[in-house]
Design a protein around this ligand. Structure first.
Ligand code: ACO
Length: 323
């Protein structure tokens, strides 16, 4: 079995920023309510002519440059998204064309906010079996397309963006023996689909639909489930929670991030939080947060990193790797 490693990271945010004050002009809310309940100050929003594949492609270009690779090297593209440009083809197919990558394996993964962790696990499997040597694992979302702009309990929570990591066989990359993806814990409880869903789709209403959420019930499940997955991913990786240098959680709500941290006794300084400036970008939030903490010099090569997420399904999961 070939071990895989993250060799490059990149991200992209659409230019337009929407502040809480902007939203207070369209629904009955306030900057102070949103910040107190969620920690969110602003989110990015894609232009009408800027589909998810555009964000994904730019994040992929940046990650390839960071890894010292080019589009010609790519042999696997996995896009985690719940907001594809179209029902089909996959965003991954469109990214392949826009990047100018050669004919290769390309498909999307739908596990909502947990999609990036699921996709990383799938890429790890392809590399382990020798089926991929340069994989792009992308989380790309335009959650603002799914908002009911009359529902203040959801429309203030989400944003758009994309992040990408390059995954390659560890051997030959100059990495140390303990580097690479270490272990995963992935979960889904399909009895809770009604807590967080989109009320449309091709085989039901024939429309795109809007995001619906029982916010406080999701919140309650989030803290317990994420803590369990972190513990399980550490066990699968042969590490202790206390060994982890950096926690990069899915960015849904600062109170969820803090709740998980308190439950596991995590040092707040080790937890990366971008929810204030990105809001919840679903499958894109982890690679966006990872890239921003690498860019600002906090996360460095050789650090032990733990990713965790939870979202619609309900799905959740965690993963440990040494960068
Ligand atoms: N502005 C002002 N008031 C609001 C707003 C708003 N934007 N939204 C809701 N309210 C009101 C409600 O109408 C309600 O008023 P009422 O008491 O008069 O009925 C009141 O605020 C309290 O509503 P709650 O839903 O109980 O508020 P809560 O403290 O639970 O916060 C929130 C809501 C922020 C959605 C919280 O439950 C949450 O973050 N849940 C986690 C869900 C989440 O983040 N999901 C993202 C996807 S899943 C994931 O990624 C983990």
């Amino acid at each position: 079995v070939v071990r895989s490693a993250v060799t490059g990271v990149g991200s992209f945010l659409p230019e337009q920023v929407v502040t809480n004050a902007d939203l207070a002009m369209i629904v009955d809310t306030s900057d102070s309510w949103i910040q107190e309940r969620t920690g969110i100050k602003q989110r990015h929003r894609a232009r009408d002519d800027q589909p998810t594949s555009d964000l994904a492609t730019e994040a992929a270009r940046r990650a390839l440059a960071d890894a010292g690779r080019s589009a010609a090297d790519v042999d696997l593209i996995i896009v985690a998204t719940t907001t594809p440009d179209m029902t089909f083809p996959s965003v991954a197919s469109i990214v392949q064309r826009k990047l100018g990558a050669p004919t290769c394996i390309a498909f999307d993964v739908q596990a909502v906010c947990s999609g990036f962790v699921y996709a990383l696990s799938i890429a790890d499997g392809f590399v382990a079996r020798g089926q991929a040597k340069c994989a792009l694992v992308i989380g790309a979302e335009e959650m603002t397309r799914l908002m009911d702009w009359t529902d203040r309990s959801t429309c203030v929570l989400f944003g758009d963006g994309a992040g990408c990591v390059v995954v390659e066989p560890r051997e030959g990359q100059g990495t140390k023996a303990d580097q690479g993806l270490l272990g995963f814990a992935l979960r889904c409880d399909g009895t809770k689909t009604d807590l967080l869903y989109v009320d449309g789709g091709p085989a039901t209403t024939g429309t795109v639909g809007h995001l619906r959420m029982a916010g406080n019930q999701v919140f309650r499940h989030a803290v317990v489930n994420i803590a369990e997955a972190i513990t399980a991913a550490c066990a699968a990786s042969g590490i202790e929670v206390a060994d982890v240098d950096w926690f990069v959680p899915h960015q849904a709500n600062q109170r969820i991030i803090k709740g998980v941290g308190d439950r596991l006794g995590l040092d707040e300084d080790k937890v990366i939080s971008t929810v204030a400036i990105h809001a919840n970008t679903s499958a894109a939030s982890i690679p966006l947060a990872l890239d921003s903490a690498i860019q600002d010099g906090r996360i460095k090569r050789g650090d032990l990193v733990l990713l965790e997420a939870m979202g619609g399904g309900l799905t959740w999961g965690a993963c440990a790797f040494r960068l």
